[in-house]
Design a protein around this ligand. Sequence first.
Ligand code: URA
Length: 249
Amino acid sequence: MLRLDRWLVTLGTGSRSEVQKLIRKGGVKVNGAIVTDPGKQVDERTAQLTVQGAAVDGRLVRHVMLHKPAGLLTAARDKKQPTVMDLLPDVYGAIGCMPVGRLDKDTTGLLLLTTDGEMNHRLLAPGRHVDKTYRATVDGALGQEHIAAFAAGMHIPADGKEPAFDALPAELTLEAPDVAVLTIREGKFHQVKRMFRAVGREVVQLHRLSFGALTLPDDLPEGSWRELTEDEIAALYRDAHLEVVRKPD
Ligand code: URA
């Protein structure tokens, strides 16, 4: 439950004083009835909201999968460069939908965004080991020795500001001599590129195919997004070891 004016402000409808004015003059309906008290308590999970005659999707909890194109930063906002949030309607930013982890600017593929900060945090927690699968095209041939090196867990040397670390064993399979599918269970900064660099290969193209229980569907073109299905949400909460908060019946 929350105040009606707060709900509208959170949805990005206007400033507090703007929405209070709108409510007082009868511009807002809840469950089909005009409400003129800005402080009225409403259940935002179930109430139907109408603003100036138009139905408004008032959900404050949302989970989105996005097929990230190259060229966008994975960030909630940036002063200079376009971000993945530019692909979503403004309401997603207004309600605090944020990327889970990050893909590099030149990386494409599956990116999860959520308003659930606890889930976001848990999916990235170092001990959680959520699988992430990437397709990497590299600048030379790969072979059995590379598969073995990834499987053994490799030492990644320090790189600029990034400290050295020992990568967990990872699964590498080859689709072509210079194209590999790699599954890792952690998500250090630039991890995939650094792992290939450690075996003498530069990544020239990187695409994420899956994140935990989520797989990028074939029918989601680059630059598009959709909300997760109930089943996908449930699977993700299992990945995060959290309970799904279901809508009351
Ligand atoms: N590892 C990288 O090096 N880059 C990404 O974008 C994701 C994983």
